[in-house]
Every structure is written in structure tokens, then in C-alpha cells.
Design a binder for this molecule. Sequence first.
Ligand code: FAD
Length: 437
Amino acid sequence: MTLAAPHQTQPLRVAVIGGGPAGLMAAEVLSQSDGVSVQVFDAMPSVGRKFLMAGKGGMNITHSEALPQFVARYGTTQNTIGKWLAEFNASHIQAWMQSLGVESFVGTSGRIFPNEMKAAPLLRAWLHRLRTYGVQFHVRHRWLGWANTHDSTSHSNTQTHTLRFANPQGECEVMADAVILALGGGSWARLGSDGAWVSMLQAQNVSVSPLRASNSGFEVAAPWSEYLRSRFAGQPIKPLSARVQLADGTHTDWQRGECVLTEHGIEGGLIYALSSILRSQIEQHGHATLQLDLLPDHSLQRVTDTLLQSRGSRSLANHLQSRLGLKGVKTALMHELLARELFVNAQAHAEALANGIKSLTLTLSATRPLDEAISSAGGVRFASLSESLMLTPIPGVFCAGEMLDWEAPTGGYLLTACFASGRVAAHGALNWLRAPR
Ligand SMILES: Cc1cc2nc3c(=O)[nH]c(=O)nc-3n(C[C@H](O)[C@H](O)[C@H](O)COP(=O)(O)OP(=O)(O)OC[C@H]3O[C@@H](n4cnc5c(N)ncnc54)[C@H](O)[C@@H]3O)c2cc1C
């Protein structure tokens, strides 16, 4: 596609600010258009640091489930994100990885990983390809905002942006005919995305929902005893099911998975999956009620019957371990949270104790800090964006990735939406630059 008008000798300049997966995907789309020069700016000494971190424990890049189920993971934003994913979804991501020489596989849970599980080979191949497409990278360039929003030296009839950056030499200004902001959320600030953009965009009348922890751990309202914390913090609790008891007396469906007992409370995959609803319960009611089924493979009746059995000289702990496999951190958690008298005469309290084991109640008072979270909720509200992800208060400026106001559980849904939104923003910028004004 040729963007430069016939009279134009200079290419149109697009600045992509933020070299995470969303920004790099936008740069890839832009760089395939003739007549466009693409420059990527990033505050850090190298791009893709959070992407690399996502690859540390095994990079779960997307998910193999059917598109309607996949799209439902985005909750209230599923209609908007569904449109992005119609154009770029798990199958496109697998093909795209293959085009970079990285094969992928579907794990038993349906999650999709690169064969090597890591992000580094993929990022290396991707950056190499982007350079061959002519993308220029400027690291250690922290975006500071606009010097102005109009420039008469524009090569086109579009509005030119004069962008301010801090770099090791001091400050510099860069002209761009269109801008893609892909600045990330606010977690793991040491990897580059620190949320400093929030006030900069708010000052330009962009509506931004406060950044909050998503896919995060939670703190228990009553701190763990010294015994539990010192002996069991860091230990996985599995298998396990969990549900959220809602303030209106209803509850979510049981979800199975695993979690980890922490110094302050609880975290892990199962908790991340519930984190959006837990966080909103805390925001609305000051606390959230989480119920754990410590024995998801045994029915309530089976647990009750086991407690009613005579156990001879065996201790209750031994009895539960040998008959039901209840041990370690699960046993400690049960003793931490259930009334002492239930254990004194377990047979007499069999029903209550079984209920406690099958729906152990934890009161959570806060999310762990945003910086520790896997991702951020909040961000640029869709009310401030066109369908092509252009900021309506600042024509010619597009946004992509985690800085937008959506959230999703872990499972590859985060990266998928980041890639897909990068493509939407890039196509939006190309169409906007091409449109007659
Ligand atoms: C520990 C961990 C594990 C994860 N695992 C997974 C996983 O397995 N699967 C999954 O789908 N997701 C995972 N994620 C989430 C995923 O990595 C992010 O959602 C994704 O990286 C967000 O992409 P992005 O491009 O929007 O932003 P980012 O990747 O955060 O990139 C934003 C970029 O903008 C730059 N920047 C910010 N401000 C400025 C500024 N003012 N000037 C210049 N540059 C700036 C930053 O330096 C950064 O490079 C994980 C995250 C973490 C922390």
C-alpha cells in the first residue's frame, strides 16, 4: 500500500511509543506500507522487557479454545475486543510465530506455547525482521508529552505532532504525522510500564479509568498466624476449587485450579482467574469472601462419612490424610480458619467440619499492590477512543495494548489482545493518514 500522495517526496512519519508486544505489532503492520517511516521509541535500554518476563515461567502466548469462549474472557469489553480478535486471533498468532521460525504447541489445558516455552527466541527473530522492514528503534527515549500538536512543516495535510523525549543526551523533539501509544499498564514498573502516561493523557482531556491490580494476589483481612506464615508461605495449595460469595448471597460457579499461600494471603492461577470479581467486591463492600473446596475430588457426603468413621487410635490428621489425602498446607489452613471445637470431637461435628473443608471461607481485604500484579485493569476508556483506537480528543494519536481499559485472566488472553489491538491501531493510523482532509 502506498501512502505518500503523488506530490510527496518524503514518507509519512509514524512514531510508535512503547516497544512491548502491542507497539511492536503496530510497527510491523505500519512497516509493511510503502511511503511510511516507522520509528519505535522506548524508555528502557531495550524493548520487550515485560514480554521477556512473560516468557520466564513458560510463555503462554494464546489459547486454543473456540473464539466465542475466548472472547467471553474479556467480560464487559468482549464486544469491542471480539472485533479485534475477528481479525487476529490464536490461529493467526500461531501462523505469525511460524513465519518467524518459532513453532508452537497446544498444552493439555488448551493453552498455546512456543515449543521452546520462552519469549527470547521469538523476540529476537521479530526484532530482526522489523529492522529488515526498515523500523528504526530508539531506546532510552522516555516520552514526555507534546511540545505542540500542530506543525507547519508537515509533509501531508494531516496534523503533525511534535513529541518530546528525554534521552541520555538531554531532551529531543520528534515530528510525527501519526502516533501510536502502546505504553503498557502499571505493573512491574521496573520493566518499563510505569503508568506515568495517565496524567499526561488526562491533561489532554482523555478519559482514563484508574490503573488497578489485575491477575494479582490478595491480602486476608485477619493476618495469618505466625505458625502458618512461617511454615507454609510459598506453598502451593492443589488441587483446589474456589468460588466467590457475592454480597447479595449468590456466588460464582466453582472453578478448579491451584493457588499459593503467601505471607499476606493468597495468589496463583485460580485466584487470578477470580481477581476481577474479588477486586470489585472489595471496591464496593470493603471486603470479598472467597470459598475454597480443599477436597474437590470428594463429595460432601464422602467427607462427612469419613469423619463419622471410627478411626481407632489414629489421629484425626492421619485419618484425613490416609482416607482423603488431606495434608500439609491444606490441613494447616483448615486449622487456621475453622473453629477449634470442631476438631475436639470431629465425629460429633462431622457435618460442620465437612462443610468447612468443602467451603472454607476466607475474607479478603485488599489486592496486593499494582506493581506486583501480572497485569493492570483500568486505562484509556473506550469512550475516548474511536473504533480504530484513535483518541478522539487528540486526532492522529492511537492507543493499543494493556494501556486500554480492559482486563482478562491469564491463559494467553492478555498477549492476544495486545497483539490484536496493535494491529487495529496501526490499520487505524494508516487509514487516517490516507483519508482526504
Ligand atoms: C510476570 C508476568 C508474566 C506474564 N505472563 C503472561 C503470559 O504468560 N501470557 C500473557 O498473555 N500475558 C502475560 N503477561 C502479561 C503481558 O506480558 C502484558 O499484558 C503485555 O506485555 C502488555 O503489552 P503492552 O505492549 O501493552 O505493554 P508492555 O509490554 O508493558 O510494554 C510497554 C512499553 O512501553 C514502554 N514505556 C512506558 N512508558 C513509556 C514512556 N513514557 N516513554 C517511552 N516508553 C515507555 C515500556 O518501557 C515498555 O517497553 C505477564 C506479565 C507479567 C508481569
